[in-house]
Design a protein around this ligand. Structure first.
Ligand SMILES: [Cu+2]
Length: 172
């Protein structure tokens, strides 16, 4: 076992509360962020692995930190990066990992009920089609930059969801 694996294993034990051993789903490297202390929306990212023999699907997220948690992806339309809700959810393939990251699939937290303070944690309950509900304690890391360094500042939202967003400070 490499040091990285050991760290990841320890990290996931800390992150997953309660039903960590239930089902075949494993959550690693979760973090959440918002663009500023007054941002009205935030986002969460993580690696979701499926150790089972059948595909599963993340279909919803429940949390008390946002009035409207949504599953989002990014698309490029007319050369502009935009976010779209994914109503069917995210497939977690059997013996595979689905990565939620900046610029890609993510959990959008619209209508924050509290500021995201660096170093604090939020609690998300992920609802899977087969594995059921898994509650994850997610550290807030507003300062983290993913490997691609893809910044989404200024990105536009489509449609009605725009009015729910903090357009002055998109947080993803
Ligand atoms: Cu989004």
């Amino acid at each position: 076992m490499t040091l990285k694996n050991i760290v990841a294993a320890a990290f996931s034990l800390v992150l997953i509360a309660g039903s960590a051993m239930a089902g075949t789903i494993e959550i690693e490297d979760a973090y959440a962020r918002a663009a500023s202390p007054v941002a009205k929306s935030g986002a969460a990212f993580m690696h979701i692995s499926n150790n089972g023999d059948v595909d599963d699907r993340l279909v919803a997220v429940k949390t008390d930190v946002a009035r409207s948690p949504q599953l989002h992806t990014h698309i490029i339309e007319d050369g502009i990066a935009k976010m779209r809700e994914v109503p069917e959810g995210f497939v977690i393939p059997a013996h595979g990992t689905t990565v939620l990251k900046r610029g890609g699939l993510h959990i959008m937290l619209i209508g924050l009920t509290k500021p995201f303070i660096q170093g604090e944690t939020i609690t998300l309950t992920l609802v899977f089609e087969k594995a059921g509900e898994i509650t994850v304690v997610v550290p807030v890391d507003n300062e983290r930059h993913d490997e691609m360094g893809m910044e989404m500042e200024g990105m536009k939202m489509d449609g009605d969801s725009m009015s729910n967003m903090d357009s002055a400070a998109p947080s993803n």
